[in-house]
Design a protein around this ligand. Sequence first.
Ligand code: ADP
Ligand code: MG
Length: 332
Amino acid sequence: DAAVNRIAAGEVVERPASAVKELVENALDAGARRIEVDYADGGKTLIRVTDDGHGIPAEALPLALQRHATSKIDGSDLLNIHTFGFRGEALPSLAAVGRLSLTSRASGHDEAAEILVSGGSAPVLRPAALGRGTVVALRDLFHATPARLKFLRSDRAEAQAIGDVVKRLAMAEPSVGFTLRDVSGGGEGRVLLRLDPCNGDLFDALLERLRAILGREFAENALPIEAEREDLSLTGFAALPTFSRGSAVGQFLFVNTRPVRDKLLVGALRAAYSDFLSRDRHPVAVLNIGCHPELVDVNVHPAKSEVRFRDPALARGLVVSGLKHALAGAGH
Ligand code: ADP
Ligand code: MG
């Protein structure tokens, strides 16, 4: 069973950033208003995510580590997913590839509890001290599989990937505060990103968050995007063509606020700008497609970053027309 867990785990946890993604998504699903992400040595020795969400009752801690145990859907409703998580795979996968500790105090409970598990050994449950919320720490990722460890990139590259994941999720949830710290070598660590919760209406909050992440210049060159086609909506900000980049790193795409990497949507984005940009320039945009969960399948891959629209042409058409309209209105 430990071996089976390790193999399945490899699909969920490819690198430290994928662990960070799963843990931050869990914190968001738990209704956290503030999330802290700490890591050491590019996340290879430590990843720790602290949240102020609703927590996990002590008696439910062992269950949270069981494969396919999820408190989020009942299995009959795979087509109607409103949470980031739904497969119940992340925590057991993390426990299979590192030393995992889960400390939590559920709201309405007087005491916190902690569960520790490492390398398929029996979990240890004990009382702990914690004000509220949940702290999940993953230590020594891939320590039991040196071959996997060797495939990781430099601490710097892995740290960069962690930063990217946190930024993407922070764009998806502007009302949640985020802190990212490098705590290599112990001590207080170095704060790399501090994002205060952004309030106000959707567009104000998002623009404020994007100003903090992508910079003032982006915010000043960004056009609000709002469009609809049948049952799909498109919202976000897209930069003027003059703010384009020489590399394809400025495209942040979301479906129902879930960060996705999707060729169809990137292609649509490029097509919308094609009249204004030469082939070697890339648009910068942050776009969310909203739709009923039944119209899109996110259950394509364990990492849940691939999506399949029921009507891909509709999604593409929405992005192309929504952006072209905004660009035309801006005099382009
Ligand atoms: P999934 O997110 O797909 O449900 P996970 O393995 O990521 O599966 O988590 C298992 C369960 O543990 C969740 O369904 C949830 O009940 C609980 N859980 C995990 N992380 C947190 C958290 N930060 N706060 C509250 N509950 C959590
Ligand atoms: Mg999860």
